[in-house]
Ligand binder design. Sequence first.
Ligand code: HEM
Length: 412
Amino acid sequence: MQSSRIASVLARASSRAAAVARPAARRNLSSAADAAKGKVKEAAKTAEAAAEAAKGKAREAAKTVEGAASSAAGAAKSAAGGGGGGGGGGVILFGLLAGAGGYYAYTQGMLDSVLGKSDKAAEASSGDAKPAGKAPVPAYAAKVATAVESLIDDDDNRGPLLVRLAWHSSGTYAKGGSPAGGSDGARMRFSPEAKDGANAGLEKARALLEPIKKAHPDISYADLYTYAGAVAIEHMGGPHIPFRFGRSDFRSEAEIASAKAAVASGRLPDAAQGASHIRDVFYRMGFNDQEIVALSGAHTLGRCHTDRSGFEGPWSFAPTTMSNQYFDLLNKEIEKPGYWTVRKWDGPKQYKDPTGELMMLPTDMALIEDDKFRPYVQLYAKDEAAFFKDFAAAFATLLHLGVDEAKLGETA
Ligand code: HEM
């Protein structure tokens, strides 16, 4: 146990280094105006590859972890020092769109392929030809990302909290529903979503982001609440989450009510339930079983708080590092039934591991009880790269649910 803990801590140090390297590499690419594009791209690629390699090594064994961590740190350093600063010009059009302040009618329907289409668009836009009508990634994006990263650096627990904010902002979506829900509008600032028991504790996350909104008033709250979650995932060592700006905000509870856009409580999942409830909630958003399991892997991060949900404790030994540890721990029950047992306490039903330090919710256990969910748990327990790839795709889809395609800009 001790050595796995040490490995977790060291792996985390390495993940952090990798996480620093990747956004730095990304920003260097986006601000290539004053540098030879090819060169920067090459440098970024090398830095990213080195960071990935170091991260992989670190997870192997405690023996090799130290060396890997220092090489990741080296990679991070060279990536950070390797290119020009943040910023980059020529993004005024987006400011006009986002700052217009008007609230546009929602169109229904999920984005078919946030990833596929927009990646191609991003590639195309690195040359002279820009696809018509799509706002470029706003100039403030890199600065907002840096500000979110430093919030997390000041207190690790904020990373998971910001991921939960992004998810609960988006997870009210109902395909074809009226109201549609989803992240557009940033309705969680107002009743009824602000008072929804499922969102308890998220007022802290919103308050944390307030100074960033003040410093960068052009970003909408709706973009900020979702983008912060995407940045947090990557900063905690997870995959890059493709993100498109362009959401707009409701300005008051009355405005929400008159647009008939208020989403009543009950759309977010109830942790005390089982597989059929999970399917009801996530199928409503348009997700399939594989995506449901991938998204659930976010529970490697963070913890339950008795004063928020009534449940208590973290799911993993490294709750501020994105990894596949959640699946690894669930998989132990498949390999050795009885690994997870019902905790005897005054609180709601939850499970504990043999150390008594970790927990699982009834909805987490449903992923191994259900025949269709279980194979994905086993897959992700074995293959972290597959988990990261599938998580990035599903989380990106989640963050864009219900946002009118016409409002969304290029992929960051
Ligand atoms: C069946 C689906 C889900 C249920 C029932 C559920 C339930 C919960 C509960 C009860 C908590 C504890 C809140 C607290 O007491 O602070 C929590 C935390 C969390 N959830 Fe979920 N969740 C689900 C899906 C997701 C998804 C899809 C994501 C993201 C993709 C996610 C990300 C998180 C994170 C990061 C935390 C930790 C927050 C913190 O540490 O402050 N969850 N979830």
